[in-house]
Design a protein around this ligand. Structure first.
Ligand code: SF4
Length: 450
């Protein structure tokens, strides 16, 4: 890069979907010849991709904007917080521009104004897979934007609009490029993965000489042929989820499902206006596990939603005990500006929310500890995420990056990030596993789990 090359500072906050937006903006800027820098100082302009979902995320976003303003002065705000430009400008009036989520072109054109585009674009410097903020060995693949549901606690449809699925060929082409660039794990993300293609009436396109529908099942099958780990996030238990069980049983995609249940009590689910609110979901889970015994289910829940009584909460605890979910996150209900749930009666007192949260976490921790204990003695495939002077840290098929547990491999310092190794599991605790790498002749033994 020469001295005239304009530099763009970038801060990316929020969920994996926001991360994918950041990657698209960065790829575009890099292809135009901009230099990217993680520093505020010395950048010609700073972009802050914000999250505006709950109050604590807003605070973090405003904190980052203020810091960038103080250290650099030229700041473009994008992402979910940018939906309400007036509110942003009220708190941080000095920003150059405010744009909303997915407004890539607008962000880029604001950058052009603040730091004119270099004359000689370094198009050839951009790798085919684009620029990634995640490590090279795993990649998030966004298959759609927006959501057709209207859950009462959520403002995402007003921030990101109705479901807008990407064409299936575009998704598969991106996946192929990621795999060619070294990705070993593809994490499918969206707001509602099961609904993928609904807005396109599941239109077919030709991929590798075969007709393929814009549909979750076809997508999972095609990705399963790419010979990397494929992990599905944000799946709602619509009936066609049953169709992907054989793909998991055949080892085509990981036997892992991230289903954001949020609650179990039919009354609360109705009050939340949740999709796929199926009273028979426990039976479905049981059937799935008959077909795929190693299936891992992760989920998130909200406790203390308006109107939740002790009876509703107890229903949730009993349901959890029955469902034996492997990985569980839990949030105390928090009002979000603009969400319909704010108008509901009978908000739950904070101390009751806290007490229910603690009880829920204790119950889920017990299930997680018991499940992990059963893995002690197994040999499992582990994808290494980190190597330092103490050893390596990785994940099995049962754990998504950043949200689930880890496998600690003490002393395994001679391996590299992205290596797939076979590990013997020696011990476990509530959330993590501890093991050692087995030597190759042991690894060739068929007797290992994924
Ligand atoms: S399914 Fe519900 S919670 Fe999820 S994005 Fe859509 S409206 Fe929000």
């Amino acid at each position: 890069m020469n001295k005239q090359t304009p530099k763009v500072g970038f801060v990316s906050l929020g969920c994996p979907k926001a991360l994918v937006d950041s990657e698209r903006i960065l790829t575009k800027l890099r292809s135009e010849g901009y230099e990217l820098t993680p520093e505020y100082a010395g950048a010609d302009v700073v972009i802050v991709n914000t999250c505006g979902f709950i109050d604590s995320a807003k605070e973090e976003s405003f904190g980052a904007i203020k810091e960038a303003l103080a250290e650099n002065g030229k700041v473009i705000v994008t992402g979910c917080l940018g939906v309400d430009e007036g509110a942003v400008r009220e708190v941080v009036p000095g920003v150059l521009a405010v744009t909303g989520p997915q407004q890539y072109e607008q962000v880029v054109s604001e950058v052009h104004k603040a730091a004119p585009q270099p004359h000689d674009p370094y198009t050839h410097l951009v790798p085919a897979a684009g620029l990634k903020l995640t490590p090279r060995h795993y990649s998030y693949l966004k298959i759609s934007e927006g959501c057709n549901h209207r859950c009462k606690f959520c403002i995402i449809p007003s921030l990101r609009g109705d479901l807008d699925s990407r064409p299936i060929r575009a998704v598969l082409r991106e996946a192929e490029k990621l795999v060619e660039a070294g990705t070993q794990e593809i994490l499918i993300i969206s707001q509602d993965t099961s609904a993928y293609g609904l807005d396109r009436k599941h239109a077919t396109e030709v991929w590798k000489d075969k007709e393929i529908r814009a549909h979750m099942t076809d997508l999972a099958r095609a990705l399963g042929d790419m010979d990397v780990w494929v992990r599905l996030h944000y799946v709602y238990p619509y009936p066609h989820v049953d169709d992907i069980m054989p793909l998991m049983a055949d080892g085509k995609i990981l036997p892992y499902l991230d289903i954001p249940f949020q609650h179990a009590s039919p009354k609360i689910l109705r009050a939340m206006k949740r999709p796929a609110n199926d009273a028979k979901v426990l039976e479905r889970i049981k059937k799935w596990r008959e077909i795929v015994p190693q299936l891992v289910i992760r989920s998130t829940f909200i406790v203390g939603f308006p109107g939740e009584t002790e009876e509703d909460f107890q229903y949730l605890l009993n349901w959890l005990e029955e469902a034996q979910l492997d990985r569980v996150g839990c949030f105390k209900y928090e009002p979000v500006d603009g969400a319909a749930a704010n108008e509901l009666p009978d908000h739950v007192a904070p101390e009751v929310q806290q007490e229910r949260w603690e009880r829920f976490m204790a119950a889920s921790q017990k299930i997680s500890a018991a499940k992990l204990k059963k893995r002690v003695g197994m040999e499992m495939a582990v994808l290494i995420d980190v190597v330092d002077e103490e050893g390596a840290v990785g994940r099995t098929y049962a754990d998504a990056p950043e949200i689930d547990g880890k496998v600690f491999l003490k002393g395994a310092t001679e391996y590299s990030v992205g290596d797939m190794v076979m590990a013997h599991i020696d011990a476990s605790d509530e959330y993590d596993l501890f093991g050692h790498i087995v030597i190759d002749d042991q690894a060739e033994d068929d007797d290992w789990d994924w």
